[in-house]
Ligand binder design. Structure first.
Ligand SMILES: O=P(O)(O)OC[C@H]1O[C@H](OP(=O)(O)OP(=O)(O)O)[C@H](O)[C@@H]1O
Ligand code: HPA
Length: 181
């Protein structure tokens, strides 16, 4: 295990099992709809790539980069900025927004509003992690991987100051990692 990690919250095995379950649920709903899966960069990239491999039906995917957390800051501002937009039109498409984590809800709330204004046919959300204790915006996430307690997590795509995204599990950092930076 990485020496900066205090504890593992979601193991590689649990990640695999969660992906398989979500893949089955999404297949039930989308197998005949040619949906557009929208990956919210950068955190959701690893989850998205595993998730789409568990889907055996016609679909497309695209990427969008939005950000509300900057640098070493672990507090969201609620100001969600679009850094890279989609290349694919969403009008009349069944859109599935793919997130690594829903925390305050600002990001997903803003994206739903955006895709509604672009006349998507339907909009659903899948988030690998859900941290309900921190919700500010009420958002109904349709597919949730794992609910976690109110702790700042890293790994499986998620970062602290751009590091730890490559860890194959989700963990919590040792407190001294923050204090010695
Ligand atoms: O529910 P919220 O409070 O809005 O938090 C969730 C968002 O925060 C993180 O993104 P971040 O802005 O850190 O960018 P990143 O994906 O590039 O790490 C995460 O990937 C989600 O997109
Ligand atoms: O706990 C978290 N870790 C990393 N990125 C995040 N973005 C929102 N919450 C988190």
């Amino acid at each position: 295990m990485n020496s900066d990690i205090e504890k593992v919250l979601v193991s590689e095995k649990e990640i695999d099992e969660t992906i398989q379950r979500l893949g089955k649920e999404l297949t039930q709903e989308y197998r005949d709809k040619n949906p557009l899966f929208v990956c919210v960069l950068r955190g959701a990239a690893m989850f998205m790539m595993d998730l789409v491999k568990s889907l055996d039906f016609k679909m497309e995917y695209d990427f969008m980069d939005v950000s509300s957390y900057g640098g070493e800051n672990t507090i969201t501002t609620g100001d969600v900025r679009i850094i890279k937009d989609l290349d694919t039109p969403v009008r009349d498409r069944d859109v599935v927004i793919v997130e690594d984590i829903i925390d305050t809800g600002y990001t997903l709330d803003r994206l739903v509003e955006l895709f509604e204004s672009r006349h998507a046919k339907s909009i659903k959300m899948v988030s690998f992690l859900d941290k309900p204790a921190r919700r500010v915006k009420h958002v109904d996430v349709d597919y949730i991987g794992v609910k976690i307690p109110d702790e700042f997590v890293v790994g499986y795509g998620m970062d602290y100051d751009e590091h730890y995204r490559n860890l194959p599990y989700v963990g919590v950092l040792k407190p001294e990692v923050y204090t010695t930076k």
